[in-house]
Design a protein around this ligand. Sequence first.
Ligand SMILES: Cc1cc2nc3c(=O)[nH]c(=O)nc-3n(C[C@H](O)[C@H](O)[C@H](O)COP(=O)(O)OP(=O)(O)OC[C@H]3O[C@@H](n4cnc5c(N)ncnc54)[C@H](O)[C@@H]3O)c2cc1C
Length: 354
Amino acid sequence: MRVAIVGAGIVGATVAYVLSEFVDVVVYEAAPGPPVMTAGAMTSGRSLTIASATGAALGLLMGAVSTREKGRNLEMRLAGIDWYDRVIPTLQADGPILYNQQGLLLLQFEQERRGRWEQLGRIRQAQGRRLEYWEGDRIAEVFPEVCLEAVVGAVYSPGDRQVDAAALTRALIQTSQRRGVRFEFGWEVGDLDVVEADVVVVCAGVGSVGLVDVEMRSVLGQAVKVRLPKALGTPEFQPVLSGHDIHLVPLGNNEYWLGATVEFDNESAMPPEPEAERFETMMAEIMALVPSLQDAEVLMRWHGWRPRPQGRPAPVIEWWSDRVILASGHYRNGVLLAPATALRVQEMLGLGSA
Ligand SMILES: Cc1cc2nc3c(=O)[nH]c(=O)nc-3n(C[C@H](O)[C@H](O)[C@H](O)COP(=O)(O)OP(=O)(O)OC[C@H]3O[C@@H](n4cnc5c(N)ncnc54)[C@H](O)[C@@H]3O)c2cc1C
């Protein structure tokens, strides 16, 4: 069987990696090369546009901390983390990939929600996962920089992760190439009918709308990379710190990614442009929580678009015709859901046991 994949973001690269064990695979990617997070690029206050969602992602893998108690989406999330725990160490043999396994600390602002988190903690325990509820004094011990004025506690999820999605995608591509997968960069597919393959898997993110008749919206996210005079917390414990849906991702060397906004226009299919006001509001909210961020030096600002299916849950993984599978529309969790997506495609093709 010959399989063609359209798109080499995290989803296409993971599908290629998984299928490479079973069949001949060729990947067509419109961009001239694999996604790059333009780390360290100074943009003198301007926001850099990153076309591939993967290149813009913060790479949070929010599994146990998801509020879903059960179901397909939760299973896909947890399967993604388990897969990365197994596969990333093998990919790291080729070069460094930032993979934070110290979990995620989610600040809480409403006392009434504590009971629900504790209940979810019991559910997670039965599922073989862990969630802890922390009081303010525990937060102060670990992150003395956090302003506890509005904070009533925190949920600590030790099993959740964060990864540099662009570096991970490049590593998946490199290993797949070694296994015989052909990547055609700078090759924009315009018509699926002329793609020579038994099966075509469309993993083109927001670009999928130009190839199949699916409705999708581009949801913009703005983010920033900063350097602080001093790292937050203690050197031995550096989880992702989140509050008000804003994430502070430790990168080492006192550097952090911070983001992201969620901006969309439901009325229009056109990708929205970044709004300066949304960015400023995000910064003000996170600085109120971590005042020392006021001393941060901005190293880079960027924005990208998340592919969100319109009127149906994300992601879409289904046969679109007798030779086309659509595996796209992963919205805010494409990095997390890529492994389960690839295993699902493997199963749909009847290859091995996923
Ligand atoms: C600011 C921001 C923060 C995010 N944070 C997280 C996070 O913390 N955790 C998480 O899990 N997810 C996060 N996401 C979401 C995540 O980035 C996406 O869900 C995921 O990257 C989607 O991957 P993809 O491979 O489907 O799409 P993409 O990465 O967009 O890849 C699609 C590829 O297809 C190519 N393509 C398109 N059309 C064609 C064509 N016709 N022919 C050939 N190639 C084509 C494109 O060039 C592109 O490289 C974030 C997104 C943004 C924007």
